[in-house]
Design a protein. Structure first.
Length: 146
């Protein structure tokens, strides 16, 4: 069995790069975050696992062939000002683009049975660099291993 995780990460990065022009898009932890950033396979905490997967056997299968996993991603906005509403609205715009891409192609070009936004949490703060809003989302994947 070969996991779909590598191909799914590539598909998300490719799709979101087209849908989010001008937004920093990275896999994993960013080195130098920009005001608008979307991270794929990153929880916001360095070293913390960003993908949790389970493998199951389908009916009459002799080996695991079904995998389900969540990919932690984050969308963050910062504007260098104290207007919390502006950065919150921008963070949600980024999330809605991600959601829209998953709804547009929920199979990621046939790689998976389904990909959808399943969980979202929000953290807003005032920092020395201004207001910041970060939405942590989990993309839930249901797939047959390849």
């Amino acid at each position: 069995m070969a996991s779909t995780i590598p191909a799914v990460l590539d598909a998300l990065l490719e799709s979101w790069a087209v849908a989010l022009p001008g937004v920093q898009l990275v896999e994993g932890q960013p080195l130098a975050p920009e005001p608008d950033i979307v991270c794929v396979a990153f929880t916001g905490l360095p070293g913390e696992p960003s993908i949790e997967a389970t493998e199951d056997r389908g009916q009459l299968a002799t080996s695991p062939d079904r995998e389900r996993y969540d990919i932690s991603c984050l969308a963050s906005a910062q504007r260098g000002e104290t207007d919390a509403r502006a950065v919150r609205e921008r963070a949600f715009e980024l999330v809605e683009v991600v959601r829209g891409e998953l709804q547009r192609d929920p199979t990621l070009g046939g790689l998976v049975l389904s990909a959808r936004l399943a969980v979202m949490s929000l953290a807003a703060s005032q920092t020395s660099a201004g207001a910041e809003c970060t939405a942590l989302v989990r993309v839930r994947i249901d797939a047959f291993a390849r």
